[in-house]
Design a protein. Sequence first.
Lengths: 541, 343
Amino acid sequence: MNKRPFAITLDVGTSRSNHTGSWRVERPVYLDRLPPCNNACPAGENIQGWLFEAESGEYEAAWRKLVEENPFPAIMGRVCFHPCESACNRVQVDEAVGINAVERFLGDYALQHGLRLPEAGPDSGHRVLVVGGGPAGLSAAYHLRRLGHAVRLVDSSAQLGGMMRYGIPAYRLPRDVLDAEIDRVVAMGVEVILNYNVEDIEVERESGRFDAVFLAVGAQLGKRVNIPAGDSAKILDAVNYLHEVADENPPLLGRRVVVYGGGDTAMDAARTARRLGATEAVVVYRRNQERMPAHQEEYEQAQVEGITMRWLSTISEVQSDKIVIEKMRLNAEGFPEATGEYEELDADAVVLALGQDTDLSLLSRADDVVVEHGAVKVSDNLMASERGVFAGGDAATEDRTATVAVGHGKKAARNIDAYLRGETRAPAAKHELADFSKLNTWYYSDAERTQRPELEKVRRQDNFEEVVLGLTERNALFEARRCMSCGNCFECDNCFGVCPDNAVIKLGDGKYAFNYDYCKGCGICVHECPCGAIEMVPEVI
Amino acid sequence: MTKRPIRFYQVGSFAVGNRLLSDAERTVQSDPQRSNSIDSGHRACQGCGEALGARYALDAAMRAANNQLVAVNATGCLEVFSTPYPETSWRIPWLHSLFGNAPAVATGVAAALRVKGRSDVRVVSQGGDGSTVDIGFGSLSGMFERNDDVLYICYDNEGYMNTGVQRSAATPPAARTATTDVVGPQPGNTFGQGKDLPRIAMAHDIPYVATATVADLHDLEAKVERAMSFRGARYLHVLVPCPLGWGSASNETIHIARLAKECGLFPVFEAEYGTVTAVSKIRRPVPVEEYLKLQKRFAHLFGKNPHPEMVTHLQEIANRNIERYGLLDADESPAARHAEVES
């Protein structure tokens, strides 16, 4: 008999029997997009990835993720000109995330806590010669060791580091930091030979029975120009000058120093001269401030330290205690033109910072390696010769920064590895870029950038103490949490919360899934995902 | 450096949850064990704001009442799409009687529980704007006046949507509905009519009145929780965009609710015993056009034969709300913004 209440003919059923997923014409799917910071990093760091770890205070995990790509976080956190921050989507909300400052914090954290780089890989039986112990060579050595290849690293200087040591002054990169991060790479079992000049790459390769060579000789020769000069005029080039200062054997320049050029090296030379007793340090540059190649930070710090600029000026004559400069003007194309107006400037010495050339004489017998515009010509794989000669860093590019060099080192190492296995490396296709239009920034609250403290001006006058200081843990955490995690889920639960059909399943451990039995395909989860990690794709019938 | 509290800047307090937050700081909705008072398989349209708003509010009420909750539902979309006989989406005790009597039924349920000494079981009555503002208005006012121990939640989608989008007394001026067609010199719904139910509820001096939208979950849940801390009659008015009736994209439901609040047309505030105690400030001010243009029910205000004077009129209504509730900080008030444009 019917045991149901009066006038009830059917048992109560759940609406779950109604599979509303059949209404759908588009379905949401989770995806990872490429954050613009990662896309911009010359060293190929997974910045969003290591910031994600740092956000939870997992500094060691963050550092481990960072050194997967770049073994020098403490160095990079000081000298990198952070193209990541220029690309950061947060610029369009308030200010870029202080990625560089957090990187430095992680690098310093690892040094303080004695964290070790990953172990070298199992021995592959291959031997690779790396010529040049700068950022490119060291980075290559690190990655080659991780891949199990034996590495001999040779350098003509007394210490490793290349331009990180001999070009970048200690007030930007303290030597204890530099040494510590280099030592960590060497400790992975890199055979290092210092004060050693490779005369001929072919001889070297044969005698050492190397299976591949990576040329990372840098650009060590300061460019010269012909300037009429008196016999007693003191003219040096900035590369040598900074090298000698780094060797603690600085030349005496006098009280009034003129630096010729407008790049970072010019700023470093002027700031160094000032610290070594010059009362006046003037940078003479033929174009104007907008066209100066020096990075803004360097320029601003130089200004604070009392460096003066003479824009639109060329040096036409150097005498023992003064120089003659000619004023310039920019033509319609932005090139400087002479005006015929001259002016005298007191100067005891002139430092030329007009760019650098590469010394590639070691390639004289390597006929199949092409040198173009003063740099080794390389393929996309950084290969200079089919016989396993690779090149990178300043020797193979016009984009001469330490970070580009570190990126080259990694790339070369991976390509050398493929070459040694008789393969050609084909990197995985990049994910779609997570540009600003993919974000829903409503969900990020407003937070201004944390400024790094700087050494007071009076304390910078006569020493090489570090100028830019680090963040405290508190500030670093704050800064890391400003990251918007563009294109990559950061477990905010928005999709799980906003679905009107309860069709998002929270699996835990940062994982979610869609229940397509009930998802009607409204797309709210995509619209309200803060970081653009979901997209709608048409249903295929 | 000066100390500052580490806040969750990545998500602020606006997202549903965050792995960095403790459970107490997350919303009810971020909890995998939430009640899901209204279950999957309901027949609401794609992107339904009401289905979402009902789950938000009732899950929060369930938590506040230790899962001892009875819901009384008026006739309307929410009732129709959730209970096509013999199916039901409700995972809580739920009653439906008539269109106009939900507050009276809730009063009866509350009285019965009182008689049985079950003060632990709480009563929620809910309905759309039609049953609240029009059809059940008399019984709702009576429930308020008697201060019966019921939380009444109105899910306001500004019209009779499941019967074919007819005008209600909550339909905004200028909006097109099936009964306010876009004809004549002032197309759409008439200006100067309709009821502002939150203010009417406040006039009853009941313990708690609040407005909320589906765009700010933290705010909505806090208001439900606050409402559940009182005994007596309480009223919560939740704006729930309707993609069907408003002619909006199904994925923009939350976005549109957010714009309604940000432009000033839907003031979000709370009041206790007839006095406003808090307002949600506008965070990113927008002109009303940004809100209106996303909805086809306002399409006749723009396009080939636009009605800019009606848009201006709607902006004036928004400005009035902004002034009345102090929705902007002093330097961002409409007058100050206007001056900035002039200068």
